[in-house]
Design a protein around this ligand. Structure first.
Ligand SMILES: Nc1ncnc2c1ncn2[C@@H]1O[C@H](COP(=O)(O)OP(=O)(O)OP(=O)(O)O)[C@@H](O)[C@H]1O
Length: 255
């Protein structure tokens, strides 16, 4: 009999009994301890948990950037454990976008050239129309020819978002995307991510320490000691209260 549940089968990303052990012997650390969770298409999920709880490891494994020790990961309907390295690279290029805390933009290139870069590596160079569309989708249509040094931190992270989205990935993974930004520019980036979910149906998984950032999501999944430690669906009408509810849950996990 199949062990997968019906709810997991149609999700954009599914983790089935995923375990990840970093290192070996006396230095072995279990970062993920038999996690099963699904992330539905077109939804925005925030992943939170105490420091060292396994959030980044979960994101890296779900995106196919790291290999689980045990368990199965299904990304865009493909069981990535059954793929060879070449197929996996191709799957990542086609189906995922990643943004990090550091914007990782190339200083000597314009915003448009930075957005074009990943598609060049993928051998499917994005055309001017696609690049303009990606920049427009993050509200930067008029900044295409600016170099990163002439953009604010929030604008630079939005260029990084456009770069992650130019290949129209099934899933956008974001690891602390607002970690290097002040409150105002964080909000600017988060609103943009929210809009991409609402208007484009962009499935998004975001790791964050910030309850206010997490309150933009549809649901918050909590992790502690490599295990799922709660799930809070968020009511958009209660936005101002959501951050407080999330912070209270985090405080209980950290106690
Ligand atoms: N490459 C690695 N080698 C050994 N241990 C690792 C490695 N990467 C992560 N770990 C360990 O795995 C556990 C989970 O780490 P992870 O970075 O996933 O947690 P996190 O919740 O993202 O932490 P933080 O919030 O502090 O960034 C931690 O105990 C960490 O020290």
């Amino acid at each position: 009999m199949a062990t997968t549940t019906r709810t997991l089968v149609q999700d954009a990303v599914e983790l089935h009994g995923v375990r990840k052990v970093h290192g070996s012997g006396d230095h072995a650390v279990t970062a993920l301890d038999s996690i099963s969770v699904g992330f539905p298409r077109g939804t925005f999920t925030a992943i939170m948990g105490p420091s060292g709880s396994g959030k980044s490891t979960l994101l890296q494994c779900a995106a196919g950037l790291d290999h689980p020790t045990d368990g199965r990961i299904v990304l865009a309907g493909v069981d990535i454990g059954r793929q060879n390295e070449k197929q996996r690279t191709e799957l990542r290029r086609k189906h995922i976008g990643f943004v990090f805390q550091a914007f990782n933009l190339v200083e000597s290139l314009t915003a448009a050239q930075n957005v074009e870069l990943p598609s060049r590596f993928a051998g499917r160079r994005a055309g001017p129309g696609q690049i303009a569309e990606a920049l427009a989708s993050v509200g930067l249509a008029d900044r295409a020819n600016h170099r990163p040094s002439r953009l604010s931190g929030g604008q630079q992270q939005r260029v990084a978002l456009a770069r992650a989205l130019v290949t129209r990935p099934d899933v956008l993974f974001a690891d602390e995307p607002t970690g290097a930004l002040d409150t105002v520019t964080s909000r600017e980036v988060l609103r943009m991510m929210r809009m991409l979910v609402d208007q484009e149906g962009q499935t998004t998984l975001m790791v964050t320490h910030d309850p206010v950032a997490a309150s933009e999501a549809d649901v918050v999944v909590f992790i502690k000691d490599g295990r799922i430690a709660g799930r809070i669906p968020l009511d958009k009408d209660q936005q101002s209260n959501n951050a407080a509810v999330i912070a209270a849950h985090m405080a209980r996990l950290e106690a």
